[in-house]
Design a protein around this ligand. Structure first.
Ligand SMILES: Cc1ncc(COP(=O)(O)O)c(C=O)c1O
Length: 428
């Protein structure tokens, strides 16, 4: 017999089906040509996903005529909101100057200057995605140290081919990995030796549920990497937005290499890796022993132009601070709503990035976060969607600059209603 939670989920899924006939038809068509109707796994939601027709500011409009406040913010990449006027102007300007240039140009210089200044990198190289940036940072570390093993946190997500549970995921590139537990200072210290080429860590593990590393843990990694000649890589693809200089600056721990992605390219395809001159200069193509780094679109004019404008005119250090303060207020309000009715739920995270977990108590590692019942997240997702609020099914909320305090208040009110109407299920 179905449990009350399963019945509630089935009823919410039926409500969704009734309200989304056009998305259902499109899903059926999509399934004929895309496995599961999908070409980016994280976007799939049961029973089938909404189909968005257009976005505007902080709003999404779907093919079935519904309007949503967009709290997904393109999984942190959509910081500018949809079609920010200044970004659009920059892209139009880039289009006028020509795309697919196939040569060096001035825009990549300006962009590299903006990125290195903002994130305190000696040298930087651009890629087309965060996945590529991490793979190249790891390659640089291996070439620099002449070693091959890497140390990774359990539950880490560093890209499509760099995804980890207790070990490497099934479609990963074949790295020789040592797995460590986030925030386990002594256990991890014992794993760092002169066998390793690199330690890679996301200072707040976004994909694992917005779980922040302790400063002491990051400091330990820094000390042990320095004393064993291991390259410390901070994956800031998601977290660089949480402080004007990224989380490395917030924690006061400088990695040897840092990777960037998502919003930094102004909303265009983007990734970057950079850091210490003595490691990065190996990519200087005029050297006889240069490391190769290819990529047809690495310096594409759309990303280079939109990126500079985004970083220097729109997501300025002041805008970054304001956005993260809004996120802190939202997270506190959500946690207040959970605490008032004493339901075992919490919003974990920092600043403008957070994940709602159906769990109480401190979550110090991905293993803790895994204990929550995913079906409750599914129910929250469908209930919020029904009220015109779009969060990620896995509970992620990533604020864009277009989201207002009023939008946040609407989300808090809807979460309060969820806590009331689903109270019995949450307490089970
Ligand atoms: C921490 C982190 N690293 C790397 C990536 C991969 O970036 P991309 O999707 O651009 O390949 C992501 C993407 O979600 C990420 O969150």
């Amino acid at each position: 017999m179905a449990s009350p939670l399963e019945l509630a989920l089935a009823e919410a899924a039926d409500r969704f089906r009734r309200k989304h006939p056009k998305a259902a038809a499109l899903h059926e068509r999509a399934c004929e040509v895309l496995p599961g109707g999908n070409t980016r796994s994280v976007l799939y939601t049961a029973p089938f996903p909404i189909r968005v027709e257009r976005g505007e500011g902080a709003r999404l409009f779907d093919v079935d005529g519904h309007e949503y406040v967009d709290f997904v913010g393109e999984y942190s990449a959509g910081i500018y909101g949809h079609s920010h006027p200044r970004i659009r102007q920059a892209v139009e300007e880039a289009l006028r100057g020509g795309v697919n240039i196939g040569a060096h140009h001035a825009r990549e210089v300006a962009f590299a200057e903006a990125v290195t200044r903002r994130f305190e990198l000696d040298l930087v190289r651009f890629t087309n995605s965060g996945t590529e940036a991490n793979m190249l940072a790891l390659a640089a570390a291996r070439a620099f140290t002449g070693r091959s093993k890497i140390l990774v946190m359990k539950g880490a997500y560093h890209g499509g081919t760099l995804s980890f549970g207790d070990g490497p995921g099934p479609v990963n590139a074949p790295y020789d990995c040592v797995m460590a537990e986030l925030n386990d200072v002594e256990g991890t210290r014992r794993l760092i030796s002169t066998d390793l080429a690199a330690v890679i860590i996301e200072p707040m593990m976004g994909g694992a549920g917005c779980l922040a590393a302790d400063r002491a843990f990051l400091q330990m990694l820094r000390e042990e990497c320095s004393s064993h000649g291991v390259v410390l890589i901070h994956d800031e693809v998601m977290t660089s937005r949480l402080h004007p200089g990224g989380l490395s600056a917030h924690f006061g721990v400088a990695p040897d290499l840092e990777t960037l992605g998502k919003y930094v390219g102004g909303g265009m395809s983007f990734g970057a890796f950079g850091g210490r001159r003595e490691i990065m200069r190996r990519f200087d193509p005029s050297r006889p022993d240069a490391l190769p780094h290819a990529g047809t679109f690495n310096n594409n004019t759309l990303t280079m132009t939109a990126g500079v404008v985004g970083l220097t005119e729109v997501f300025t250090p002041a805008a970054c601070v304001e956005l993260n303060e809004r996120g802190d207020r939202l997270r506190q309000a959500l946690n207040g709503a959970f605490a008032e009715r004493q339901v075992p739920m919490q919003a974990a995270g920092m600043g403008s990035l957070m994940t709602v977990h159906p769990l109480k108590g401190r979550l110090s590692s991905p293993a803790d976060a895994q204990k929550g019942d995913k079906r409750l997240k599914g129910l929250l997702f469908l209930d919020l969607l029904d009220q015109g609020l779009f969060i990620a099914e896995r509970g992620l909320i990533a604020l864009s600059l277009a989201v207002t305090d009023e939008d946040c208040a609407r989300l808090v009110a809807a979460v309060r209603r969820f806590v009331e109407t689903r109270h019995a299920l949450l307490m089970q």
